[in-house]
Design a protein around this ligand. Structure first.
Ligand SMILES: [Zn+2]
Length: 266
């Protein structure tokens, strides 16, 4: 009996140690794959205007930033290209950037759109369907015109509610109603989501997956790579600061120094 118990313990110990070794080897391989894989800079803007709001980047600073991206060899991509690139289905450009805006403010159309168009840059705007056409927000016509010129419209939920405070059926409704309405109005599939205020958890991410989103963006700081969770994708937020342009350089360069020193997120 005692022999059997010892044999059992020995066997468990062997299984544990071997398992651990395999885990270590696998993770070393994974780390190498992540290091060698694509790194995608995802910028997150809200407003582009000269109102000195914390959410706003001044118009000239935004123009300088877009110019900097083009001059530095960044190539703007769509969220579908990001997903396909990470899945290995397409080859991404060497320096991919996904330029995103949250909420759908009118200045995205009046101020940012002409600059993006002039620089030949593509961008993605996560809109709140219940706000479209009201107050400070863009109209359906604005969105449709931009979609003909390199801008992709995706979902930021129906009402910008605090998802973590809602019961499951309402979370599902926020995610699905916005997706359905945008698809109906814009005539293309809506498969990408930005969580309102960037807040998410694994449970909300699971619902996003279940209702048909391919990926979702947070405001977790960092670049997207093969180690990223597709339902918790990193972004680099760009806000108004004392020196927005200096701050922008630092944020973009900081991302690169992460890579140089082999930084990974897991
Ligand atoms: Zn928002």
């Amino acid at each position: 009996m005692i022999k059997k118990i010892f044999a059992g313990i020995f066997l468990l110990a062997v299984v544990f140690l071997v398992g651990n070794e395999i885990d270590k080897r696998l993770s070393a391989q994974t780390i190498q794959e992540i290091a060698d894989g694509p790194k995608i800079l995802v910028l997150n803007y809200h407003q582009v205007n000269n109102n000195f709001s914390p959410l706003a980047v001044p118009v000239t600073a935004f123009a300088d930033q877009m110019h900097y991206l083009v001059e530095s060899g960044y190539v703007s991509i769509t969220p579908s290209e990001l997903a396909d690139g990470l899945a290995g289905e397409i080859t991404l450009p060497e320096k991919p950037v996904l330029i995103t805006f949250d909420d759908g403010y009118i200045d995205n159309y009046t101020n940012a759109f002409p600059i993006l168009k002039a620089q030949g840059l593509r961008a993605t705007i996560f809109v709140i369907p219940s706000s479209i056409g009201s107050g400070n927000y863009m109209s359906w016509e604005n969105l449709k015109e931009m979609e003909k010129n390199g801008i992709t419209i995706q979902s930021h939920t129906m009402h910008h509610a605090k998802l973590e405070e809602l019961p499951d059926d309402e979370i599902r409704k926020e995610l699905l109603d916005s997706k359905n309405l945008l698809e109906e109005q814009l005539g293309h599939t809506v498969e990408f989501l930005a969580y309102p205020t960037g807040t998410y958890n694994l449970h909300i991410a699971g619902i996003a997956h279940d209702v048909g989103y391919k990926a979702a963006f947070t405001v977790k700081y960092g670049n997207v790579d093969l180690g990223s969770n597709m339902y918790a994708l990193e972004r680099v937020p760009i806000f108004q600061t004392e020196s927005t342009m200096k701050n922008f350089f630092e944020r973009v360069e900081y991302r690169q120094s992460f890579e140089e020193f082999g930084w990974i997120k897991k």
